[in-house]
Design a protein around this ligand. Structure first.
Ligand code: MG
Length: 441
């Protein structure tokens, strides 16, 4: 069971003569509407829209009901403007949030948006704008035609590309987020973010624990920073999520606790879905309404931040790491055990499999014992064997040993022959001959 706590504040500002903003604080339905169009039109448009939204949602308190409610609000404003000439051209933004049942008996926060009022999400200390502004420069930024920096000074920054009441039908951006305890939503008209930058809004949202006081402080600061427009803020806190965050963590209990992020957009029904205003609206442009204010556009924050969960991508990455580590270990093992060398164990010439001295944790093993005392070999062979004479195969190692053995026998025969035939002094001559023999290759 998700429990919300909310608060709101609204102010006419320091320039306007009337407040054309409206807000709705009817848990589980919350909304901000920013009216525009003539002296009375804006006020009438936003009030009409909010009332139509509430009526539709009360009849169908679902995500579909919210989307239908915004469509009904559009139609109500359109119809009223058609009936009363003095209201012709009026319109309003509408950004609405409702706690509704989602899939699998869980609850979601459905979001619907038309215009340039905003919903921000504060989660884990980070504030993100999660709605898209339907204004000319922001559409151009999303289409990749201009940079966020260029949008700030764009000559059409006052032009909205979508509002309620401009056409009999309107496209509504609809998506949903999964609420987690500690989340804070901030709904605001442009009178807030045209005066306070992103960091300024985030600072208050983080610092002020009470939602009503947070809304009031944001409105007060926007007024102090200029108050050039009506300012309206609704703050909605998720104070209980029915242990949703704990349950989500249990799924990935073997890894560090996840930092919940908004879920991917959940289309509430076939009639809505997450709109792609950048493509859809530029392919079929409609007359843009001249907003009654001059927004100072800030670079858009990362909308719809991705979930920081244990995703398939992370699993694939970890698996690849394990496979790479295993492959590296196997390669080292193969290298370490690939060759042979002729060495000495105790006093015997022995053929080992592996590398002299071993490699990492791979020690050489005995492949063959020759039974030949190393002392019987020539000094050169002894030197090589004691250092570990490497050979590519066991056959090569055996041939090397045989050659060394044959060489030692030949040396002994030669020594004996020379001693018998040439040395008058048997005590000294064998030594000199053996020495000269040992210098042979
Ligand atoms: Mg405004």
């Amino acid at each position: 069971m998700t429990t919300l706590r909310s608060g709101a504040a609204s102010d006419v500002g320091r320039v306007r003569r009337n407040n054309q903003d409206q807000f709705l604080l009817g848990d589980p339905l919350f909304a901000v509407a920013d009216g525009m169009g003539g002296a009375a039109g804006g006020e009438e448009a936003s009030l009409t829209a909010v009332m139509a939204l509430r009526a539709a949602f009360e009849a169908d308190p679902t995500a579909d009901g919210l989307a239908v409610g915004v469509q009904n609000a559009n139609r109500a404003v359109w119809d009223k403007a058609a009936e009363r000439p003095e209201l012709r051209g009026m319109g309003t933004t509408m950004t609405a949030v409702a706690l509704v049942d989602g899939a699998a008996d869980d609850e979601i926060l459905a979001v619907a948006n038309v215009g340039d009022s905003r919903v921000y999400l504060l989660r884990d200390g980070r504030l993100d704008q999660i709605t898209d502004d339907h204004s000319v420069p922001e559409e151009l930024v999303r289409a990749g035609r201009i940079t966020p920096e260029e949008a700030i000074g764009h000559p059409q920054r006052n032009m909205l590309t979508r509002v309620l009441g401009n056409e009999p039908e309107v496209e509504v951006d609809c998506f949903a987020i999964i609420p987690y305890r500690g989340d804070r939503l901030v709904l605001a008209s442009d009178g807030l973010f045209n005066e306070l930058d992103h960091d300024g809004i985030a600072s208050v949202a983080r610092r002020q624990p009470d939602p009503g006081e947070a809304a009031a402080e944001l409105v007060r600061l926007a007024r102090e920073h200029g108050g050039n427009d009506n300012i309206t803020v609704v703050v909605v806190d998720v104070v209980d999520d029915g242990d949703r965050a704990t349950r989500a963590s249990a799924v990935v209990a073997d890894i560090p606790p996840p930092v919940p992020r908004p879920a991917p957009p959940v289309p509430p029904g076939p009639s809505t879905g997450l709109a792609d205003p950048a493509t859809e609206h530029w392919s079929s442009p409609r007359p843009a309404l001249d907003a009654d204010d001059a927004p100072i556009l800030h670079p858009p924050a990362a909308a719809h931040p991705r979930p920081r969960r244990f995703t398939l991508r992370v699993a694939v990455f970890l698996t690849a790491l394990v496979v790479l580590a295993a492959a590296a270990a196997a390669s080292i093992g193969f290298f370490a055990r690939a060759g042979y060398f002729v060495g000495v164990e105790d006093t015997e010439v022995v053929i080992f499999k592996g590398r002299p001295g071993g490699l990492l944790w791979f020690d050489p093993t005995i492949a063959d014992r020759t039974g030949i005392p190393v002392a019987e070999l020539t000094p050169a062979r002894r030197h090589d064997i004691e250092a570990g004479k490497e050979e590519p195969s066991l056959g090569d190692a055996l041939r090397y040993v045989a050659a060394a053995r044959e060489e030692s026998l030949l040396t002994t025969t030669t020594t004996t022959t020379l001693t018998t035939t040439t040395a008058p002094d048997p005590a000294t001559t064998p030594t000199s001959v053996a020495t000269s023999t040992s210098s042979r290759p």
